[in-house]
Write a protein that binds this ligand. Sequence first.
Ligand code: AP5
Length: 214
Amino acid sequence: MRIILLGAPGAGKGTQAQFLMSKYGIPQISTGDMLRAAIKEGSELGLAAKKIMDAGQLVSDDLIIGLVKERVAKADCANGFLLDGFPRTIPQADAMKDAGIDVDHVIEFDVPDDVIVERMSGRRVHPASGRVYHLVYNPPKVAGQDDETGEELVIRADDVEATVRKRLAIYHEQTELLVGYYRKAAEQGQTHYHHLDGTQAVDAVSQHLVKLLG
Ligand code: AP5
């Protein structure tokens, strides 16, 4: 099963990707996590991406498209994958189509901006695994520690409110265009499009996803 998780920053894509990975046994491809790993390594890509990400802007299409094409060609993607945070622009979606990378389901997470700003202020992450927590809505078993490894949880550099609002503006300007793009693709029988109320509790969203995906 090949799935795109589409939605604003903080809409819950990463949280549900963790659930779907274990439920369906397919890998999560998070372009944000890939870029953060490159930053941690101190690679040329990471150095170039850091300033852009910290400012809440989008990394260039060419760079991201290259990363994703390379990733989906790996053996663990043979039975499917979850794209989390990609595509984010029309050129990225077109590049995927041109490369013959089809998807079975596109899931739009719909969450109002004010809810997102509140969620981001309480988000804590475990960088090595991509596991995501929230101080109130999805707290770790032990405060400040990842449930599986006990390692320290961190606040993402781009989770300050001004940067979150910038990311939301970019989402509405550029990424939201993909709603129409994939609705049209679904009308033409190229994929299935699902709209999901992302304001429900984490478990309710997971159950809704299972109903949609079967
Ligand atoms: P990326 O890492 O992809 O960030 P994002 O899309 O902005 O999404 P987030 O990871 O912030 O949110 P999410 O939807 O996964 O929400 P989460 O589950 O964590 O990208 C970062 C940057 O990298 C970009 O700004 C850009 O610079 C660059 N980049 C990445 N991809 C790119 C691309 N394709 N092209 C160009 N540039 C790219 O949940 C958020 C919080 O809410 C958590 O605390 C969670 O516990 C909580 N929560 C989740 N669900 C619920 C719920 N149902 N109820 C209550 N709380 C909930």
